[in-house]
Design a protein. Structure first.
Length: 437
């Protein structure tokens, strides 16, 4: 069977931006920022996206386009049939399933909140409402609903499923978010939120340098979908005429822009209407979106309409990311074991149905998996991909990087390769070591 590919160059960009833009930007980024000192975190995070994120993204693109394979098949083949490198890729396939298990639970919350916004179900007491729906049988049911939507797109294939869906979803997300941000910053009292978010105050960074750096690194990898092989898989459907460096820069820029916009929506809402970051809104992560922001909507005119729009955007963003997670193991079964796409989607969907349900019933497990477990797996995975690109592919990586790219991008090839070989993996291993200490 002929392997699938993207129909258009822009189709790849929309799909990759769709993958990158997700709950990481709209749900995780605001509360990471809130927990780690506000503006100072933002600066460190932006630096890491630029210095580690973009080169890492390009490394995954190089592996994917060169091999035209899922992560496990890609590393094994490119290393001349090495089973140990194959295992590094297989770790990515496994991580994707872990990731989707908890992501789909949060996706289920969002799905529920779109409906609950329309009826105003949580308007009376957002904190109590969220506390009663976050885990349990109903949460599991909504997780299954979200997962089914994800599987439906993936079953459609690369061009008529993923590309078609994300080509609509991604622009809608950006436009609606710009509109929401414009509205949020013009709310009376928004200034306090903006200054928390944007006025650079290094004092928190000075007193917690290591934890801020770690959190920023984890967030940068998560938001760019790195370390799992999502970008390997998406780039494996690419033709030779895309400039990887150009596409990668556009993707990173759009993703960062959306994260930034999400902060412009969330912080003004929290400060203008909720009076700041209370324990419930900043602590424990999920609260910021489902309690703090949700609570703001009941205090404004047209609150229901705005709330539906807001959670609708979050839902689209979450879906365009979750399909990129499911696509990894699906591509693995299709490429390596000749399983038909629909059967692979159905089987893997069934598996995540179970693992996600376990997460939806166990708050403790959910918290561990969505935080430290995922951070560790992503960091280790990306370190592996970087070492592979730098030392196993080496000159071939440089050639692949150069294919289809312009003069400026090509002149950055050698520094890119050296950073991929040395500084970047060392940085990741260092953050990994810190998290174990
Ligand atoms: N980047 C997405 C987000 O911000 C999540 C995501 C999709 C992801 N695919 C991934 C994260 C692969 C890590 C690895 O929500």
């Amino acid at each position: 069977m002929v392997r699938e590919s993207w129909g258009t160059r822009i189709g790849f960009i929309f799909a990759a931006v769709g993958s990158a833009v997700g709950l990481g930007n709209l749900w995780r980024f605001p509360w990471m920022t809130a927990e780690n000192g506000g503006s100072a975190f933002l600066v460190v995070y932006l630096a890491i996206v630029l210095i580690v994120g973009v080169p890492g993204l390009l490394a995954e693109f190089v592996i994917g386009r060169r091999s035209k394979r899922n992560p496990a098949g890609a590393l094994r083949r490119l290393a001349g049939g090495s089973d140990s490198w194959g295992l590094v890729g297989l770790l990515g396939v496994f991580t994707a399933l872990v990731l989707l298990s908890f992501y789909s639970v949060v996706g289920g919350w969002i799905l529920r909140y779109v409906g609950a916004s329309a009826t105003g179900a949580y308007f009376g007491n957002p904190g109590t409402y969220f506390g009663s729906v976050d885990f349990g049988v109903e949460a599991a049911a909504f997780h299954v609903g979200f997962l089914a939507l994800t599987a439906l797109v993936v079953a459609g294939g690369v061009r008529s499923g993923i590309e078609k869906a994300t080509k609509v979803m991604t622009p809608v997300i950006v436009v609606l978010l710009v509109a929401l941000a414009g509205w949020a910053v013009s709310q009376p009292g928004a200034g306090a939120g903006l200054s928390f978010y944007l006025d650079f105050d290094p004092s928190y960074l000075e007193s917690h340098p290591v934890s801020v750096l770690q959190a920023a690194a984890g967030q940068a990898l998560f938001t760019l979908s790195l370390g799992v092989g999502t970008m390997i898989t998406y780039a494996s459907y690419l033709g030779e005429d895309n400039s990887l460096a150009f596409d990668g820069s556009v993707i990173a820029l759009l993703n960062t822009g959306v994260g930034f916009l999400a902060g412009l929506v969330v912080f003004p809402l929290l400060f203008a209407l909720q009076g700041g970051l209370s324990e419930t809104t900043a602590g424990g992560g999920p609260g910021a979106l489902f309690v703090g922001v949700a609570g703001a909507f009941n205090q404004i005119p047209f609150g229901r309409v705005l709330a539906v729009a807001f959670f609708g955007v979050v839902l689209l963003a979450a879906l365009s990311s979750s399909i990129s997670m499911l696509e990894i193991p699906v591509a693995y079964l299709v490429d390596e074991h000749d399983v038909p796409r629909r059967a692979a989607t159905l089987g893997l969907g069934g598996l995540v149905l179970v693992t996600g349900t376990i997460c939806a019933l166990n708050p403790g497990l959910f918290t561990t998996v969505s935080g430290p477990v995922v951070d560790t797996l992503l960091t280790a995975g990306l370190a592996g991909f970087l070492v592979f690109t730098g030392w196993v592919l080496g000159k071939d990586a440089l050639a692949e990087y150069g294919t289809g790219s312009g003069a400026l991008a090509r002149s950055l090839g050698v520094p890119w390769l050296w950073s991929v070989r040395t500084v970047l993996p060392l940085f990741l291993v260092w953050t990994l070591a810190l998290s174990f200490l």
